[in-house]
Structures are given as structure tokens and as C-alpha cells.
Design a protein around this ligand. Structure first.
Ligand code: ZN
Length: 131
């Protein structure tokens, strides 16, 4: 259930914004509110928070957020095997239905240093559940 908040972005957006370094919050808020300014990857990340209840650290690394602001093609398609943080890659869609990464920004998680990869966190969770 999505509640609208005072700024009209919703409570998951507020949760995400609260974890973003103060110096970047205004820019992130602006692109979330106005798709013409970019921020496709940030909206995709927000959708993950809304639909999959992804883990969100209390404080996000600035360099992680800067990638989304810098690269309009960056999307949160990889995640950290250890903490589950979604990390951006520049996606290429040449290989059929599954996105492939043209550029991997964070081979190691900028939050905890864990290994990242496509669905790394969920793949491990699934393996653990199968044991
Ligand atoms: Zn991590």
C-alpha cells in the first residue's frame, strides 16, 4: 500500500531519500519528481523497495547515488551477495529478454565490500532455503 506524503513521492521515496547523503538529496528528489530530468535507475530502485522489500542501509555511499545521477542508463540490476543492496550497472538489452551489463560500476559492494552480481543476494537466499 502506497501512502502519499507531503512531497507527493510516497513513503518508500522518503525512506530512500533519508538514506542518501544530505548533499545529494535535493538532486535525487528533483529527478524522482520529474522524469524528464533523468533518474530512471533511481525510480527502478524505488520500485524494488516498493515491490520486493529490498534491504536498505541507513546510510548509502555517495558514490553509489552519484552513478545514478551521472549515468542515465544505469539501473539497479545487480545486487550484493552479503547485504542485498542493489547496485547499478549500465544495462545492455541485446541478449534477448535478460539484461546484460555493459558496465559494472561496483564489482564489490560500496556499502559492505561483498561480491555483487546479477541476483547475487536472492540466488544465495534461494540456495540457503533449499538446504
Ligand atoms: Zn553489501
Amino acid at each position: 500500500m502506497q501512502f502519499e506524503t507531503a512531497d507527493g513521492l510516497g513513503e518508500d521515496a522518503d525512506r530512500l531519500l533519508a538514506a542518501i547523503p544530505a548533499s545529494l538529496q535535493a538532486r535525487v528528489r528533483a529527478v524522482l519528481a520529474n522524469p524528464r530530468l533523468g533518474g530512471r535507475g533511481l525510480r527502478a530502485w524505488l520500485a524494488l523497495l516498493e515491490t520486493e522489500d529490498r534491504p536498505l542501509p541507513d546510510a548509502l555511499p555517495a558514490e553509489l547515488v552519484e552513478v545514478y545521477l551521472m549515468d542515465t542508463e544505469a539501473e539497479p540490476l545487480h545486487d550484493c551477495e552479503s547485504c542485498g543492496l542493489p547496485v547499478p550497472v549500465r544495462a545492455g538489452w541485446r541478449a534477448g529478454h535478460e539484461p546484460s551489463a555493459d558496465r559494472v560500476y561496483f564489482p564489490a559492494c560500496p556499502h559492505c565490500g561483498g561480491r555483487t552480481g546479477p541476483y547475487a543476494f536472492w540466488a544465495r537466499a534461494t540456495r540457503a532455503a533449499a538446504c
